[in-house]
Design a protein around this ligand. Structure first.
Ligand code: PMP
Length: 282
């Protein structure tokens, strides 16, 4: 396959990173994942703007504009003949002799992007998935889409060991988000998710769902909810770029509501599919 490295298209085998790259040593970098449907990127501008914002928050200077990146990523899709899948991209603070402080001289960031074929998770979308609750042990800048994912990695591993799809994280008694997703509840036909502050990543899928609810006159509340409210919800789902609107039908081995995929969750799945169709076609 062909990857994009520091602006050049090269075979994957030729893409090499130095042992003193700050991404490798410190997780000092940021990343994005963009969905590709029908050979076209979905919500690319929002992802690339969030990438810029993440960069600004930790002073990594992304020298490309959203427009530049879009052109390069479209070319990457084309060179790999990608139909359904994702683009993964990351910028690190670059190569520099190991030292916690930022390098003084202007070191260029290391930029890598590559594609991967990935089908829509149709079976899970149809039947729903199971989850467990775990304590959120991460730092307090979860709004940055940072490469430092150890807390998320440990949370996901717990889910896998419990034979579950996702871990739902909580701080004190408040639900924050999944290990790699945002978490939603539906109670008495009101849709609710954690407000976009520094304790969660403001998902692009999350923003799209908020937008869809507002346009379709579904009541939406961006406000943190408790573990108790989670357990007591009529419907629960998660959202992410790869998983879209994914029903959660069990939490800690207890069925959510009736144990079936909820009516509003199903509606939102269908509205979401329409959004994909509008932007990417069939
Ligand atoms: N929260 C976390 C911690 C994530 O890693 C992700 C991305 N997989 C999300 C939320 C969802 O964000 P998005 O909808 O932009 O993929």
């Amino acid at each position: 396959s062909i990857v994009l490295m520091n602006g050049e298209f090269i075979p994957r085998e030729e893409a090499k990173v130095d042992i003193e790259d700050r991404g490798y040593q410190f997780g000092d970098g940021i990343y994005e994942v963009i969905r590709v449907y029908n050979g076209k990127m979905f919500t690319a501008t929002q992802h690339l703007e969030r990438l810029q914002t993440s960069g600004e928050k930790i002073n990594i200077n992304i020298t490309y504009t959203v427009q530049n990146l879009t052109v390069l990523l479209e070319e990457l899709i084309h060179r790999n003949s990608l139909h359904t899948g994702i683009i993964y991209m990351q910028f690190t603070r670059g190569e520099s002799p190991r030292n916690h402080a930022y390098p003084i001289e202007t070191v260029p960031p290391t930029f890598v992007a590559y594609t991967k074929e990935l089908e829509r998770p149709v079976t899970s979308l149809e039947n729903g998935v199971s989850s467990i609750t775990v304590e959120d042990i991460r730092w307090s800048r979860c709004d940055i889409k940072s490469l430092n994912l150890l807390g998320n990695v440990m949370a996901k591993q717990k889910a896998v060991e419990a034979d579950c799809y996702e871990s739902i994280q909580y701080r004190e008694l408040t639900v924050t988000e999944g290990s790699s997703s945002n978490i939603w509840i539906v109670k008495d036909e009101v849709v609710q998710t954690h407000e976009a502050n520094s304790f969660i990543l403001n998902g692009i899928t999350r923003r799209k769902i908020v937008d869809v609810c507002q346009r379709r006159e579904i009541t939406i509340k961006e406000k943190a909810f408790s573990i108790e409210e989670l357990i007591d919800a009529d419907e629960v789902f998660l959202s992410s770029t790869t998983a879209e609107v994914m029903p959660i039908v069990a939490i800690n081995n207890v069925p959510v509501g009736s144990g079936e995929v909820g009516i509003i969750t199903r509606k939102l799945q269908n509205y979401f599919k329409e959004e994909i169709f509008v932007e990417c076609g069939e």
